[in-house]
Design a protein around this ligand. Structure first.
Ligand code: PMV
Length: 360
């Protein structure tokens, strides 16, 4: 599948060398993407909060080369990472048609995360979006006339080809990816800003990430997505995502936090239910994930506060809550939930405005 809109005209001249730098945030899905078709097309629409503190910063240096093919070295926190190479090589080969300069340069990719590596927080969304944005910055250096709007759109398009959910990490703070009948401008190819009214209740919404298990995931999301092919509940699940998006449109407008909670928690548990009912089946939650969920539910029943959880493809728990209730809930997290985290670690995050270029 080739999308002509993103194929550039031949460059007038290639710079000999240069540098690009961007920082891009992670995101947390409210309605989950789980299952994909060829060419990184999602099986259903999803919507996410862009985060503020969990970020990847990437500095990309490039220099003209004469050899054939792709050439790059990649460093994480200053340490060379041979095991990142296959994923980046695959990413480059998917996007070369859209960025023909890729084989003209040797690249040095220097990347670092604000969250600890192996914290179990998916760094692929922030990592792939930061890299896509650096590559777009190079394209802009070669063709300074491209607009900000096109820059972001193509960055999202490229990031999706690296890691699906990365296309939701370019802008803030509520992003839709995947065509939905009732969301104007929504697309399977790029993440777009949620285009409708959002109630004050969602302003500065918090996400505290409880680090339950910092180890490597036993099952990659690529494998998980593929298990949705021939999954006995796949079609119902994809339909459910469409109707949960409809329900969320109403909630985002009205500010109805109780309905928000029921949509978000059902989405999280459905994601894991899909994993638990695939063939082969698997479980990514850990005993502490369930401890936290049960304590959170008890606390919510007792206090009436609007605390809820969501989960990624892992054991960590994202605790979501409105700004107006932040003090009491943060106290509860520190005193009651942190004990279930590995080494007591958690990360306080909240809604963010998207990626930023870095001056170097
Ligand atoms: O972007 P991927 O292929 O790593 O998939 C991520 C999928 C979930 O994080 C589980 C859900 C989502 O929508 O972000």
């Amino acid at each position: 599948m080739i999308v002509n809109e993103f194929i550039p005209k031949p460059y007038q001249h290639l710079l000999d060398r240069g540098i690009a730098a961007y920082s891009a945030p992670s995101n947390i899905a409210l309605v989950k993407y789980w299952g994909k078709k060829a060419h990184q097309i999602p099986a259903n629409p999803s919507i996410s909060f862009t985060l503020n503190n969990c970020k990847t910063t990437t500095v990309l240096k490039y220099e003209k080369k004469t050899s054939e093919g792709f050439s790059f070295d990649v460093f994480l926190e200053g340490v060379i990472q041979e095991d990142f190479k296959p994923k980046i090589e695959q990413f480059f080969s998917r996007i070369e048609i859209y960025l023909p300069f890729l084989s003209a340069y040797h690249f040095v990719i220097e990347t670092s995360n604000t969250f600890p590596h192996s914290s179990g927080i998916a760094s692929s969304a922030s990592g792939m979006s930061a890299l896509a944005l650096c590559l777009m910055q190079i394209e802009q250096q070669l063709n300074p006339t491209i607009s900000k709007e096109f820059f972001n759109k193509k960055a999202s398009f490229l990031a999706r080809l690296g890691s699906g959910s990365a296309c939701r990490s370019i802008e803030g703070n509520l992003i839709v990816w995947g065509a939905h009948a009732n969301i104007k401008g929504s697309s399977d190819l790029v993440g777009v800003k949620y285009p409708y009214e959002v109630h004050q209740n969602f302003k500065n919404y918090h996400d505290t990430i409880l680090l339950v298990d910092k180890g490597e995931k036993q099952v990659s999301s690529t494998v998980g997505h593929n298990l949705m092919h021939n999954h006995p509940f796949a079609e119902q699940r994809f339909e459910q995502a469409h109707s949960n998006m409809d329900a969320l449109i109403l909630v985002l407008k009205s500010g109805d936090l109780n309905t928000f909670i029921s949509i978000v928690e059902r989405e999280a548990l459905t994601l894991h239910a899909m994993m638990m009912s695939s063939d082969p089946y698997f479980i990514l939650m850990k005993p502490n994930t369930l401890q936290i969920i049960n304590k959170l539910w008890e606390f919510r029943a007792k206090t009436g506060l609007h605390i809820c959880f969501t989960l990624d493809a892992g054991a960590n728990v994202h605790v979501l809550f409105p700004e107006s209730e932040a003090k009491q809930i943060q106290e509860f997290i520190k005193t009651e939930l942190a004990v279930h985290c590995q080494n007591g670690h958690f990360i306080e995050d909240m809604l963010g405005q998207g990626a930023q270029p870095i001056k170097i």
